[in-house]
Design a protein around this ligand. Structure first.
Ligand SMILES: Nc1ncnc2c1ncn2[C@@H]1O[C@H](COP(=O)(O)OP(=O)(O)O)[C@@H](O)[C@H]1O
Ligand SMILES: [Mg+2]
Length: 220
């Protein structure tokens, strides 16, 4: 990927999407291959070191700090990047993002009180306040209503800049079709298509892998 690209990754459940993000962010080590950031192989770095280099990610299953409020959970993300930051300015930035994402009335609540959709929003907010130059989004819109999903996608759009590289993972196409000029399709750990959303949609292997999944779901 080049700086400023937005790449969509789709594929049926179990395709290896989260595994790929885990490798890029340092949580898993692959048997083979490299992860190059700005010409440097980051494969051996620990997750927090990769985060310090500007690679941020969301988790498909959010695990916020239970003893911190919603606002504090997001604030931590900023403090991690710059411990000398002006706390009032940092708070103001976090509140603005939390308001836009629909958690403005939950700032002082603990995340255990949030519904599943609220946890997804909190997870996304942690990244949107950050200074990340590479951001990895793992199914951030899963379980949200159409309106909420559109809002989240607009927030990701406004987070994107020419210097910011995004990878957006989802198991359904609608989420990424309007956001990502390039889409990679994974199935069973392998790339089965790579191109524009239109190319990918008309690809026989893609159709088969999705129809295969439907059959599997019906069989269950
Ligand atoms: N490239 C791979 N090599 C070996 N195992 C893999 C690979 N990709 C995925 N897996 C296995 O498949 C399981 C599901 O992968 P995951 O990344 O969670 O799928 P997805 O996020 O696409 O639903 C993982 O637990 C992992 O063990
Ligand atoms: Mg996954």
């Amino acid at each position: 990927m080049n700086e400023g690209d937005i790449l969509g990754i789709i594929g049926p459940n179990g395709a290896g999407k989260t595994t790929l993000l885990n490798i890029v962010s340092g949580f898993l080590k692959p048997d083979a291959g490299k992860v190059i950031l700005d010409g440097v192989d980051i494969l051996r770095l620990k997750p927090h070191m990769i985060r310090r280099l500007g690679v941020a990610r969301t988790f498909q299953i959010p695990k916020p700090a239970k003893n911190l409020t919603v606002l504090e959970n997001v604030l931590v993300s900023l403090l991690f990047e710059d411990s000398n930051i002006d706390l009032n300015k940092a708070k103001a930035k976090c509140i603005k993002v939390l308001e836009r994402i629909g958690l403005g009335d939950r700032l002082d609540q603990y995340p255990t009180l949030l519904p599943a959709a609220g946890l997804k929003k909190l997870e996304l907010a942690r990244i949107l306040v950050s200074d990340a130059k590479v951001a990895l989004f793992d199914e951030v819109t899963a379980g949200l209503s159409d309106d909420e999903r559109e809002n989240m996608l607009n927030l990701i759009r406004s987070f994107h800049t020419k210097q910011r590289t995004l990878i957006v993972v989802d198991h359904v196409l609608p989420t990424i079709i309007n956001l990502c000029p390039r889409v990679v399709v994974l199935n069973k750990g392998a790339i089965i298509a790579d191109g524009s959303p239109n190319d990918v949609l008309s690809n026989r292997y893609v159709i088969e892998s999705y129809i295969g999944e439907v059959k599997y779901a019906e069989a269950k």
